[in-house]
Design a protein around this ligand. Structure first.
Ligand code: AMO
Length: 429
């Protein structure tokens, strides 16, 4: 007998089919029970006679044979007249850690993360990951249509790329190595190696001591790097075009999940591009909000996003022209604005989801900048040598996958957009 997924059952009206999934809910009504079967595509009502009902418990994995019938009272207008149920995965528990069949889970997020297999069985908890999968799909499809190559670079590396001390160390035989904070140097090297336009979807590691709603110690980075650019405007154009293609893709592929989560995706209008200094001035003059030197803090990002929403009706804003003192060594200075760089952040609904910019592509200039940053150029020979052999003007950006997922879906905590989060306190499950 053919295995059918719940979302396709309507095609088999009056026919006998085989379904596979988990027991979501059981209602006993005298001699008959109504069992909700849940598979990865949805939930369906089974009508089960008493002799088949015995021994069944919530969340057991079952295989069901039965006939598809119409019933206007059942959710989706269909139900299964069950002829056979086989338990293929036992319920070896005393009580479930929490109920997952009441829409939302009534348990603290930490408890849900501890019991991840069970919490993810809730369609609402799992829905963000379907959306996340489709963000990745849209990213890949969009970039491949623009002559990009997908690359995979090492995550065990010999030196940091983003400055600061936020690196995890690893014992690498008799040496000390690090987990990559980003594929930054390697994506640039691959531009120079002739791939010219590259992207990578990979893990990034940050040993940051922040345990907040928006920080993870391991996250997925959607990285892009392009050669032969005019300036950072080309990069913002590309990211904007990607976002414009993303929302229709999500509407097309994630209708069920977006509806489940109550999300309506607006059309993305032109994204304003505003120099950081101007944003800081607006915050100070309009909201008496002081900003840290060369950046906005989390509160400032929130207030400025609300200002942009009111003024431009946009959920997104590019902040441009960050000072060189606040950007990594590879960032291209803006020769027209001393002390500033050709870099940007993208703020979405009050949260930074992207950093990007043009890079220094001249060997001598990059070497000198390393010295100015108190770095020893010899330690970076493997990277620096790339710049001796005709490195074109280039730049790129990186989008935090969990952050963009979280903001698209209006989730409160980045962990709700992370299957198995790694944070200051958590390395299991
Ligand atoms: P940056 O360090 O700003 O830039 O990181 C880029 C994007 O990655 C995400 N991100 C994080 N997400 C969750 N938890 C974290 N701890 C975390 N840290 C960063 C954010 C952020 O905007 N090499 C540059 C990018 C480039 O210029 O191409 C870089 O890594 O969404």
């Amino acid at each position: 007998m053919k295995r059918v997924y719940v979302k396709d059952v309507r095609e088999y009206l009056e026919k006998a089919i085989l379904l596979k999934g988990w027991i979501h809910k059981i209602y006993d009504v005298g001699q008959i029970s109504f069992i909700q079967l849940r598979d990865k595509t949805g939930i369906l009502q089974l009508v089960v006679e008493k002799n088949l009902r015995e021994g069944l418990r919530l969340e057991m994995a079952i295989e069901v044979e039965g006939c598809v019938e119409e019933n206007p009272k059942a959710a989706g207008g269909l139900e299964i007249k069950t002829t056979r149920i086989t338990v293929v995965g036992q319920g070896d528990y005393e009580v479930l850690p929490f109920a997952i069949n009441n829409g939302v889970i009534d348990a603290h997020l930490e408890t849900q993360l501890n019991e991840r297999t069970i919490s993810l069985r809730s369609p609402k908890v799992r829905a963000p990951f379907k959306v996340q999968e489709e963000i990745v799909e849209a990213f890949r499809t969009f970039l491949k249509s623009q002559h990009f190559s997908e690359i995979h670079t090492p995550k065990i590396i010999a030196s940091g790329t983003e400055g600061g001390s936020e690196m995890f160390t690893v014992n690498y035989f008799d040496r000390r190595a690090f987990l990559a904070q980003s594929p930054q140097f390697y994506k640039q090297m691959m531009v120079g190696a002739g791939f010219e336009r590259v992207f990578e979807i990979g893990h990034a590691y940050r040993a940051e001591l922040h345990n907040t709603w928006r920080h993870l110690n391991e996250y997925v980075s959607l990285d892009v790097e392009i050669g032969f650019i005019d300036d950072e405007g080309d990069l913002m154009d590309l990211e904007e075009a990607f976002l414009r293609s993303l929302f229709p893709h999500l509407k097309e592929t994630c209708g069920y999940e977006l509806q489940l989560l109550g999300i309506e995706l607006p059309e993305i209008k032109e994204i304003p591009r505003i120099p950081l200094e101007e944003a800081q001035r607006v915050l100070l003059e309009g909201y008496q909000k002081k900003s840290p030197q060369g950046n906005l803090d989390a509160e400032g990002e929130g207030i400025f996003s609300r200002y942009i929403k009111e003024k431009f009706d946009s959920d997104f804003v590019f902040l441009t022209k960050y000072p060189a003192s606040k950007r990594p060594v590879y960032t291209m200075p803006d020769d027209g604005l001393p002390g500033m760089t050709k870099s940007f952040d993208l703020i979405y609904k009050g949260l930074e989801i992207t950093t990007g910019g043009q890079r220094i592509h001249q060997y001598t200039r990059l070497r000198e900048n390393m010295l100015a940053f108190d770095l020893n150029p010899e330690d970076f020979d493997f990277y620096l040598n790339t710049f001796k052999y005709g490195m074109p003007p280039h730049g790129g950006f990186a989008i935090g996958l969990e952050r963009i997922t979280m903001k698209i879906l209006d989730l409160d905590n980045i962990r709700q957009a992370t299957l198995l989060p790694r944070d200051l306190k958590r390395i299991t499950p």
